[in-house]
Design a protein around this ligand. Structure first.
Ligand SMILES: Nc1ncnc2c1ncn2[C@@H]1O[C@H](COP(=O)(O)OP(=O)(O)O)[C@@H](O)[C@H]1O
Ligand SMILES: [Mg+2]
Length: 488
């Protein structure tokens, strides 16, 4: 068999890996968080002080996707818990909790308890003298927690298996009592838990309000501190409900980092990734980063993704990722992708880019195709995550643009910004299969959202047709998913 050599393109620069990884920094990650974290001094101080000076706190951390919310919360949790377990006043979860649209009181508790259990194992609290009796109880009941959760079980699409169902339900009262016991136990050690919940935008605003109402008591228990992260739209959900609003401390709004801070991050990352045996060549120009910073409103995720994609296409280190390079390469990518669409699909996309979002009727008029003749193409576009639907025109949460498996970029759908940015996105962002989309996930799309987090979108108003589409869409997503698995 012929040997295939895979070139690590970063080796050309003397790096072990890409400096442009857009994953949030975490407590246990590929980068040491303390080596590469930059900025946010003020916010760290505010929230750090709050946690040190209160016995229980609840903070909303808001900002656009890709500005560094998760990283910020993780870094603060790292700072507060980095000392050895005996010395620190806090214990925290290894990973942030990813909130899903199907979360209710029961799931919130169940997932949280399971993550506490996990974290106790990974951080090895017991070996360091912190032993929770309640975690033994959870351990003895672990099969209840471990049932395969595909995230779609409440939808009609999944064939529900009676036995599975019984296994999956743990009475809320039981979960609650375990949680309360854990909080008592940690109090006994004179420590507090710090919890971190990501992606609040994944829950429909109404459901989010209801969830907060149901967990109101839990999140006020002494010796617990709670971070909830999401785009600033979630503020209105909380502010509209005075009973919830009143239990929250002032929220923290994270603004994009400055260009200097982003340059600093890149420098630190390259330093951390340098391979000592190979000559280092800086893989980017400061000016390019600065220009991208301006163009993309400081969104790190977007900036890094562009740099990464472009660098991947460069044939040698002598070509740097300049703005011209970036534009040219992304333009080629865009054409490649658009050329794979049929004529009607291209028309649909063109109109959507031009107008932003629209109803099915408007779309149909605009492209001059009857609604019923659009269904198939819309479904296909949706399957490719080019477009999404939302069921409620008032649902004005931020739009999300899907960049690739784990990267999302959001922008507020304000008139001027959206069209320009959409255009830019389509121009710049398209790798195989992960397509630009502006979205607003409504309850109709819950299933798919739960399944694969495709929250990308373009709105089509609620009507029966929509409902059918949503249903088919979920089926498509499921079918595509398993097909991918099979192929491998
Ligand atoms: N303060 C920071 N210092 C270093 N890197 C950061 C910082 N904030 C964000 N990043 C990087 O930017 C990217 C996006 O951050 P992330 O926390 O995922 O944003 P958000 O949660 O707001 O979507 C990640 O790759 C992360 O490592
Ligand atoms: Mg995040």
């Amino acid at each position: 068999m012929a040997e295939i050599e895979f070139e690590n393109i970063w080796a050309r620069y003397g790096l072990r890996d890409s400096p442009y990884n857009v994953k949030a920094l975490s407590l246990i990650g590929s980068f040491n968080i303390e080596d590469v974290f930059c900025g946010r001094e003020e916010e760290l101080k505010v929230l750090g002080n709050r946690i040190h000076s209160t016995e229980s706190s609840r903070t909303l951390i808001v900002g656009e996707i890709g500005t560094g919310k998760t990283t910020f919360a993780n870094y603060l949790r790292w700072l507060l818990t980095r000392k050895n377990v005996k010395e620190t006043k806090f214990l925290t979860l290894v990973d942030e909790m990813k909130v899903r649209d199907d979360w209710d009181y029961n799931k919130f508790l169940r997932e949280t308890l399971f993550e506490i259990y996990n974290s106790s194992k990974i951080f090895n609290w017991e070996a360091q003298g912190i032993k929770f009796k309640t975690l033994d109880v959870i351990k003895n009941n672990l099969d209840l927690f471990l049932t395969k959760d595909i995230g779609l079980k409440e939808t009609e699409i999944t064939i529900s298996n009676h036995e599975e169902k019984i296994k999956k339900d743990i009475p809320s009262e039981l979960l609650r009592s375990w949680f309360l016991q854990l909080c008592e136990e940690i109090k006994g050690y004179n420590k507090s838990f710090i919890f971190h919940y990501n992606n609040l935008e994944a829950i429909h605003p109404e459901k989010l309000g209801a969830l907060f109402m149901s967990i109101k008591e839990l999140i006020q228990i002494p010796n617990t501190h709670w971070f909830f992260l999401g785009p600033s739209d979630i503020l209105s959900t909380i502010e509209n409900k005075s009973q919830i609003h009143s239990i929250f401390h002032n929220h923290l709004m994270l603004e994009p980092l400055s260009e200097d801070e982003i340059l600093k991050i890149l420098k630190k990352r390259c330093n951390a990734l340098k391979d000592k045996d190979v000559n280092y060549i800086k893989p980017y120009e400061d000016d390019t980063v600065k220009e991208l910073h301006k163009k993309l409103n400081g969104n790190i995720r977007f900036i890094f993704k562009l740099l990464e994609d472009t660098t991947n296409c460069l044939s040698s280190v002598t070509c740097k990722a300049t703005i011209q390079e970036i534009n040219a390469i992304q333009e080629k990518e865009k054409r490649k992708i658009l050329s794979r669409l049929n004529e009607n699909q291209q028309k649909i996309i063109a109109l959507l880019i031009e107008r932003g979002e629209m109803t099915l009727t408007e779309l149909s008029d605009g492209v001059d195709i009857k609604p019923q003749n659009l269904q198939k193409d819309l479904r296909e576009l949706r399957g490719k995550t080019f477009i999404a639907f939302r069921d409620n025109p008032d649902d004005k949460r931020s739009k999300l643009v899907r960049l690739s498996q784990n990267t999302y970029l959001s922008f507020v759908f304000s008139q001027e910004k959206s069209v320009a940015l959409m255009e830019y996105l389509i121009k710049t962002y398209t790798n195989e299969d992960d397509l630009v989309l502006d979205n607003c996930m409504g309850s109709g799309t819950t299933g798919v959202a739960c399944k694969n987090l495709n929250r990308d979108f373009i709105g089509i108003e609620i009507d029966e047709k929509y409902f059918k589409i949503a249903k088919e869409r979920i089926n498509d997503a499921l079918a595509t998913d398993s097909a991918v698995g099979d192929k491998k």
